[in-house]
Every structure is written in structure tokens, then in C-alpha cells.
Design a protein around this ligand. Sequence first.
Ligand SMILES: COc1cccc2onc(N)c12
Length: 119
Amino acid sequence: NNENSRKEIVDSVDSLFTPLKAIVQSMRSHSSAWPFLEPVKKSEVPNYYDIIKSPMDLKTLNEQVRSKQYSSRAQFVTDAQKIFDNCRTFNPPESDYFKCATTMENFFYNKLRDHGLVD
Ligand SMILES: COc1cccc2onc(N)c12
């Protein structure tokens, strides 16, 4: 009935909540995470938001996990992927930023698999 289906939804969010918290935490402590720890500052990179229309960073991602905005793996993966894609859109392939994005992306998908959040 409605009460049970509501409980199932709540349970599915909670059962997702724990692994997502752990994955974001592990990303934030990665040595290559430094470009992504906070939103890019417009004061530091004036043209960034003229080019990147859907910004994302690990602090924001963490806040959204903790405020239970994600009820599916796909929603979480879509937002995390923005971090990597935005960086590779804005920066040249030989830049440190671009390399960090790919390192963090590989780390991210390995973590998803570690937590059984398979492709
Ligand atoms: C501090 O991060 C940056 C500074 C400058 C350009 C940037 O593109 N993507 C970034 N994460 C970035």
C-alpha cells in the first residue's frame, strides 16, 4: 500500500546514502582532487561561467548527498560526471587540470564498482 511504498522509497534513499557519502569523502581526500574541492571562483577565472553552464564541484556534490538529493545512482553519477567533463571542456588536454579530471574520473568509477554501484 502507500505507506509501504513510501517506506521502500525512503529505504532505497538511505541504502544509497551510505555508499555515496563514502565515495564523495574518498574523492575529496584524493591527491588529484585539488582543482575540484570547491566551485571555481569567478574572481579567479572570470570567463569560466561564460563557458561552463552546469558547474559542479566536490563540496557541492557532498552537500547534495548529505541533504539526500539523490534517490538513484544515475542522478549522482550525472552530477559527478559534470565535474570531469566541465574541466575537460574548459582546459587543454595537456594541462594539469585536464589530467586531474581523468585521474579523478577513473578513481570515481572504480569506487562505484567497489561499492557495488555497477555500470
Ligand atoms: C581551481 O580550479 C580551476 C581553476 C581554473 C580553471 C579551472 O578549470 N577547472 C577547474 N577546476 C579550474
